[in-house]
Design a protein around this ligand. Structure first.
Ligand code: 6S8
Length: 211
């Protein structure tokens, strides 16, 4: 019925290992599940965002393929780069995951603000951006963001884009169902992102560099 319930691979499907290990494949599949979302609501202004997001997924997929059993969890990948002092090298998996989690946190915050009733999407996007990606962006990238925000759809079109069938969006009950799905989805994202954020804090992997 909604984009979130129809997703083949969602953050809600990620089963954590006993020690909190996050399956690399489940995580990357959940990330890929977001791409059709960018396609439906997106115009060409979204292209750089999508490319960056997909680039990081692909970096992590490549890393995983190089030694699937060792890199079965995201933590396994990070531990290996910590042990080999390669977390900061160009194109490291640590760096790819850092940007991926920042983008996901941006999306999660945006959805939460929307779910709490904010219907001015430009405002919601700016709010989410301020507390997630903005601190790491220099003026050029801030400009790209400002441009993308201008392509934000009208709230009704956004809601319609989140229905698997546009007719469903006309149903009085649709908004309530959508809000439930968004709630479940953002909660599942929160669990996974908190684990990854805590790992980055614990091992001092977060970079404050501005791009
Ligand atoms: C650093 C950086 N990546 C890159 O330079 C930036 C690329 C362009 C991003 C512009 C601003 C993005 C904000 C989101 C805009 C959405 C607006 C919607 C408007 C309608 C890193 O790149 C590389 O990733 C790394 O691999 C390495 O090379 O220094 C490193 C080297 O550089 C970023 O800042 C990551 C941006 C990720 C954005 C992911 C978006 C998440 C997905 C969904 C968002 C859903 C948006 C909801 C829209 C609803 C519309 C109403």
């Amino acid at each position: 019925l909604t984009f979130f319930s129809a997703m083949l691979h969602s953050f809600s499907d990620i089963v954590l290992e006993e020690d909190g290990g996050i399956s690399t494949i489940s995580f990357l599949s959940a990330c890929e599940g977001i791409i059709p979302f960018l396609d439906t609501i997106g115009s060409t202004a979204f292209a750089p965002v999508k490319m960056d997001f997909m680039g990081n997924i692909s970096k992590l997929r490549t890393k995983h393929s190089s030694e699937p059993s060792r890199f079965a969890t995201l933590q396994g990948i990070l531990h290996q780069e910590i042990a080999t002092s390669t977390t900061k090298v160009r194109n490291s998996a640590t760096d790819a995951l850092m940007w991926l989690k920042r983008g996901l946190r941006f999306m999660q915050k945006f959805l939460l603000i929307f779910m709490n009733g904010e219907r001015n999407l430009t405002f919601a996007l700016n709010q989410a951006y301020s507390v997630t990606l903005k601190p790491y962006h220099g003026w050029v990238v801030k400009g790209i963001f400002a441009l993308a925000v201008k392509a934000a759809p009208y709230p009704n079109n956004f809601i319609k884009a989140l229905a698997t069938n546009p007719d469903h969006a006309q149903d009085k009950r649709f908004l309530g169902i959508l809000m439930e799905d968004v709630d479940q989805y953002t909660t599942a994202m929160d669990v996974v992102l908190n684990i990854v954020d805590n790992f980055y804090d614990q091992f001092k992997l977060e970079s404050t560099a501005v791009v």
